[in-house]
Design a protein around this ligand. Sequence first.
Ligand SMILES: [Zn+2]
Length: 127
Amino acid sequence: MDGNIATPKIAPNGKPGDWFWVIALRSGGVRVYCGLDATQDPRLLSCMRMEHIIPLCCDGPDVLENLALGCAGCNAMKGKWNPAADTIAPLTREQLIEKVRMYLEPRRAYYAAWVKSFSGAPDLACI
Ligand SMILES: [Zn+2]
């Protein structure tokens, strides 16, 4: 363990997900990209995901600062898209989250139609 308290590793004791509830509490149960509030609808709890804002595959750090409360739908739409790509100056965490929101917004209707084509009834709580 590197002992960096400001940016602790996601799995300091080898258990991925240790930071999930820290992240959930930090956002007040509100998903950072779609804004749905898990405290208002219990169906939303099962769709919550711990999300790397800058994906690990794009050298995103595995630290609390790079983690956010997302959901299955937003996570699927975002995939490996990197909000820090093609930027010159480093962006703040909030700026990166805003870039992801702008990236996802036009994709929501298409994603909902795609999910519906398989299930017949999209779980809108996860989109
Ligand atoms: Zn979402």
